[in-house]
Design a protein around this ligand. Structure first.
Ligand code: UFG
Length: 320
């Protein structure tokens, strides 16, 4: 298939582009490099630098079998302080994309959605049928796009899939997480191990969990990317399917820090800080639907393996 990967210079998008190429697909990456890195675009992909709002019509006019849409703003904290950036950058951009797909008859879409669409869960592990009450603007914009995709899929026969990621981590060889503003737990802990920060803050030790710290479902970025391949291959015209992607096992902040200590051999000092606004206590996925309908089998669920891959990437970047 000839596939357009928007946001293919970012963390998840670039790993996905690499896996699509390995599977024999033709890949064009469209990215404005506002947060991505040109050197993350895999060799073999054609790179178009530009803003979706400006160039999507022109790009899709070439003729594509599908779009994998990763390009988005994705900082939860920032989304609360600057909501317009998220409603415009995420929702308006996605509508432009959908309109262009309609105009040029692009048949398939895979969208990068999020567990943040569910908000505080009433049921754990979280199934796709759970109510969606996002607790932050970021999650609200992704949910709005999911609704828009349902409408466009039904009206114009697009074969659409939304993949709701839980906590993505790990690295795929030389492609890993490198955000200008890092807010995610594992890369921050590894920065302590590298000596780039003195300690890691634990945001709250009084949560209703076994050790008092928040529990999350960490998924290896390569397993996540592989679900996109299955989604683009199996989607059905006129249907919008939604799948959660996680391993179904939760790890607490303290367990993650302990794993990082084991993997890096560094003591990694930790200090307890106040809770972070908007954090749910526990987010764990039920990915049964992805397993049964997509035939998805995550192969890198071991948390130590996920941290080890992130650590290898982090050390290499440091040496680079
Ligand atoms: N945490 C700390 N200290 C830190 C950073 C994070 O204790 O310095 C804690 C957070 O409070 C949270 C956990 O580590 O309990 C994981 O936090 P991350 O920031 O790594 O990830 P989140 O769970 O907040 O969010 C991620 C993505 C979202 C997505 C969500 C879905 O960033 O886009 O997973 O599960 F919606």
């Amino acid at each position: 298939m000839k596939l357009l990967v928007t946001g293919g210079a970012g963390y998840v998008g670039s790993v996905c582009a690499a896996r699509l190429l390995e599977a024999g697909h033709e890949v064009v990456v469209l990215d404005d490099l506002s947060t991505g890195h040109a050197d993350a675009v895999p060799a073999g992909a054609r790179f178009v630098q530009g803003d979706i709002a400006d160039v999507i019509g022109e790009v899709l006019a070439e003729g594509f079998d599908g779009v994998l849409h990763f390009a988005a703003k994705s900082l939860v904290g920032e989304s609360m302080q600057d909501p317009g950036k998220y409603w415009t950058g995420n929702v308006l951009t996605a509508i432009r994309l959908l309109d262009a797909m309609k105009e040029h008859g692009t048949p398939k879409l895979v969208f990068s959605s999020t567990a943040a669409t569910y908000g505080e869960p009433r049921e754990v592990p979280i199934p796709e049928t759970a109510p969606t009450h996002p607790t932050n603007t970021y999650g609200a914009t992704k949910l709005a796009i999911d609704h828009a995709i349902t409408s466009y899929a039904q009206a114009f026969g697009i074969a659409a899939t939304s993949l709701r990621y839980f906590n993505v981590a790990g690295a795929y060889g030389h492609i890993g997480e490198r955000h200008a503003v890092e807010t995610h737990l594992i890369p921050l802990v590894l920065q302590v191990a590298l000596g780039q920060r003195e300690h890691i803050q634990i945001f709250g030790e009084d949560w209703p969990t076994e050790d008092g710290t928040c529990v999350r479902d960490y998924i290896h970025v390569t397993d996540l990317a592989d679900a996109h391949l299955l989604a683009v291959e199996t989607s059905v015209a006129g249907e919008h399917r939604i799948y959660n992607l996680g391993n179904g096992t939760g790890f607490s902040v303290k367990q993650v820090i302990d794993t990082c200590r084991e993997v890096t051999g560094h003591p990694i000092p930790a200090v307890v800080a106040p809770r972070r606004a908007g954090d749910p206590a526990v987010l764990v996925a039920s990915a049964e639907r992805a397993r049964t309908e997509l035939g998805w089998k995550p192969e890198r669920a071991d948390i130590a393996g996920i941290v080890r891959d992130a650590w290898e990437f982090t050390k290499t970047r440091q040496g680079a």
